[in-house]
Design a protein around this ligand. Structure first.
Ligand code: ADP
Length: 503
């Protein structure tokens, strides 16, 4: 691997030039206790972007202590919601002002098309503003009508909360998860993925500049088995939120269970797009191909199983194959590129492995996919692929996390719903039809946390987004309830005395 040769914005070059980049703990930049570092690279070129501190269990302990100290003593938890809201709005404004910097950092670190990275940064800004405003407008106290007593409940922040994120949407997921926690008055310790730690470190530094008290936002880069495991098992945390694979999700839930700590898990998926015969075939092909090639298919709620009415199956397949062949694959900063690389060699091997195993198990290969070459860039590029056949195929059952869809056909609605629901996951599905009555009926019968109609990957603020079964537990993100998750409920009661004035 070589050092980066791409022309960066001066601020990005300066940030990367500070390598090895440190953790942010208690408002200070901190190296790891044993000075270990790891390299993070541009998946579009394999060039090293920076080295980053690999935090150790004793460092994680310091970070949790800093978050606990800030919760107890910085005044953050006691701020009236409107004053905390002012600081969070200032934070959102500062991120927005630096959108080109954040977007370039995110694009290079995750291999994400620059325009999509800009969208993720904007989403962070909007999530922060949404929760800052919401916390000002919900009632934290509710009076209870109880005979002979004065009683009420009050919602209080929990304390230091831990967050572990994956590499596919680092800044966007940080927003979805830490914004409600911060708006509610908690303090946070964030362990970004080792493949994509950069935007979160930059975020941690910026928090200080806008006046968020030291220790309210701590960022601890490092390896999952070391830094992540130490964070999940830390008895000083009050809540945990994890986004990633079901395998690691189980480990996190076990660790939290031992400490009797509430945990929110957002895991994988194997979503379906259920396409009826009354759709506009060309428009549906556009949207399905857009969804599966978006961020090279590294999206947990993607439509990876396309269940298509048999009367339009051939037409839809050829419309999709045509489009997928034309997808322009390129480096994430190339303005002409529509699809960038996958995040790592490991991820490319995973995608190619599923293509091989799917074909070996008898899948019909509609579009072969495979490694893609991008001139002058030695990155982890793959072509989009389409397989078809029985949904018992490994490529139809397991999460691939690449630009690969598995297709099958159906004849009637009941059969189609059976196929959609034949999965251990339960994150998100979509139904495609011009009959809106059927759309609602089918949307409500799909067994998952989220159903979309004539669209896929839709996340308005205010609509809860959560998985069930192997896709998650513990409440979701993006809604009013998420804010409430970051408040514990405390009841207060006083027996009335004879001397109390009658109301
Ligand atoms: P992915 O397959 O998307 O990399 P993972 O679930 O492996 O998903 O990783 C998601 C996050 O979980 C990353 O930040 C990673 O470092 C962290 N992680 C991995 N293993 C562990 C573990 N044993 N304990 C805690 N965190 C972990």
């Amino acid at each position: 691997m070589n050092r980066i040769s791409t022309n960066c914005l001066p601020e990005v070059a300066e940030f990367l030039g500070g390598s090895p980049l440190k953790a942010v703990i208690g408002g200070k930049e901190v190296e790891s206790s044993n000075r270990e570092v790891f390299a993070t690279c541009d998946p579009g070129s394999q060039e090293i972007l920076a080295e980053v501190a690999a935090m150790q269990p004793d460092d994680i302990d310091c970070a949790v202590r800093a978050a606990a100290e800030a919760f107890a003593r910085s005044g953050w938890a006691q701020l009236p919601p409107n004053e905390r809201g002012v600081l969070l709005h200032r934070f959102a404004d500062a991120v927005e002002k630096r959108k080109p910097i954040f977007a370039q950092i995110e694009s290079l670190d995750a291999g994400k098309i620059l325009g999509q990275a800009e969208g993720d940064v904007q989403n962070f800004v909007e999530t922060m503003r949404y929760y800052a405003d919401l916390a000002m407008h919900v009632q934290r106290r509710s009076a209870l009508a109880v005979a002979g007593h004065e009683a009420w409940t009050v919602r209080q922040p929990w304390g230091p909360c831990g967050f572990i994120f994956p590499w596919n949407f680092p800044i966007l997921l940080a927003g979805w998860n830490i914004a409600p926690a911060l708006a509610a008055g908690n303090t946070v310790v964030i362990k970004p993925a080792e493949d994509t730690p950069l935007s979160t470190i930059y975020l941690g530094r910026l928090a200080r500049e806008v006046g968020i008290p030291d220790g309210v936002i701590n960022v601890v880069p490092g390896f999952g088995k070391v830094a992540g495991a130490a964070l999940a098992a830390h008895p000083g945390l009050k809540r945990m939120s994890f986004t990633g694979s079901p395998e690691v999700g189980r480990l996190i839930a076990e660790a939290c269970g031992r400490n009797l700590m509430p945990v929110k898990l957002e895991l994988g998926g194997k979503g379906a797009a259920l396409v009826f015969d009354d759709v506009d075939v060309e428009q549906t092909a556009d949207r399905l191909v857009q969804a599966i090639t978006f961020h090279a298919g590294q999206v947990c709620c993607d439509a990876t199983r396309w269940i298509i009415h048999r009367s339009i199956y051939e037409r839809l397949v050829s419309a999709c194959v045509r489009r997928m062949r034309e997808v322009k694959i390129g480096h994430e900063l190339d303005p002409a590129a529509q699809m960038g690389p996958v995040v790592s060699q490991k991820q490319r091997d995973r995608v190619l492995g599923y293509l091989r195993r799917g074909a070996a198990e008898g899948a019909n290969v509609l579009l072969a996919g495979g490694e893609a070459a991008v001139s002058g860039r030695d990155g982890f590029y793959v072509k989009p692929a389409l397989l078809a056949g029985s949904l018992d195929n490994v490529a139809a059952r397991e999460e691939i996390f690449g630009p690969v869809a598995f297709l099958t056909s159906f004849s009637d609605e009941e059969e189609a719903l059976g196929l959609v629901n034949r999965t251990d996951y339960g994150l998100a599905n979509s139904v495609w039809t011009s009959d809106l009555r059927r759309a609602s009926r089918v949307a409500e019968s799909m067994v998952a946390g989220n159903s979309w109609i004539n669209a896929h990957n839709v996340f308005p603020h205010g609509v809860p987004y959560a998985g069930i079964n192997q896709s998650g537990m513990g409440g979701g993100v993006l809604s009013v309830e998420t804010l409430f998750d970051y408040w514990r409920s405390l009841s207060v009661v006083r027996p009335l005395e004879n001397s109390d004035p009658t109301p």
